[in-house]
Each structure stands twice: as C-alpha cells, then as structure tokens.
Design a binder for this molecule. Structure first.
Ligand code: TYC
Length: 102
C-alpha cells in the first residue's frame, strides 16, 4: 500500500517555542553613607524578605559593592527600583538601586 512507507504520511511538525518574558535583576549598590538599618528596612518592606535575609543581602552589598535583591518582570523591576529610590530620596540617603537584564 502507498502508506507502508513511514515517510509518506509523516506530519509536518512546526516547533512552537513558548515566549518567556525577559527577566531583570534588581541590584542594590553600596555607598558609604546610607545607614545599614535603613537598607535592611527597605529590603524587608519592598522585597518581602525576612529580617535575616535582609541583613544577609545588606552585608553582601556592604562587603562586595553590589548584590542582586531579586529577579522580576520588566514592569515589576522598574517599580521596585523606583520605590527604593523614592524611599532613599525622602530620607536623603544616597542609596542607589538599578536593574539589568538577566
Ligand atoms: N556601606 C553602608 C554603611 O557602612 C551600608 C550600606 C549597605 C549602604 C548596603 C548601602 O546598599 C547599601 N553604612
């Protein structure tokens, strides 16, 4: 029969790849002036970290100059950065927060 050969009726498969939205790292930068307890407060309040996790990340930034605080969609990352910068500005701390594509 015509279809005895496997290659005759092989379906044409189109590979569909799921589009994953790019993710962005939110980075916290060290400086010499922002109080450690303010950084811990910001991390707890805006990134839903426990007190222990917040202290750990703050100390990493303090020692190494920068650390990833979290990974988010573009919109959430932008909002987090803006919220950190606004809290710091209100208290007149030079704390800097930025984002970068993962
Ligand atoms: N280096 C600051 C100090 O000694 C503390 C600090 C930690 C500041 C993390 C910013 O993102 C930062 N007071």
């Amino acid at each position: 029969t015509p279809n005895d050969r496997d290659d005759v009726d092989l379906a044409v498969k189109t590979k569909t790849r799921t589009q994953r939205p790019p993710l962005y790292k939110v980075l916290l930068l060290n400086d010499d002036f922002t109080p450690m307890e303010f950084v811990v407060y910001v991390l707890e309040r805006l990134f839903s970290l426990t007190h222990a996790q917040a202290i750990e990340i703050m100390l990493t930034v303090h020692r190494k100059g920068v650390a990833v605080v979290g990974v988010f969609s573009h919109e959430i990352a932008e909002t987090k950065v803006a919220q950190v910068m606004e809290l710091a500005r209100r208290q007149q701390h030079p704390l800097q927060c930025t984002m970068e594509k993962e």
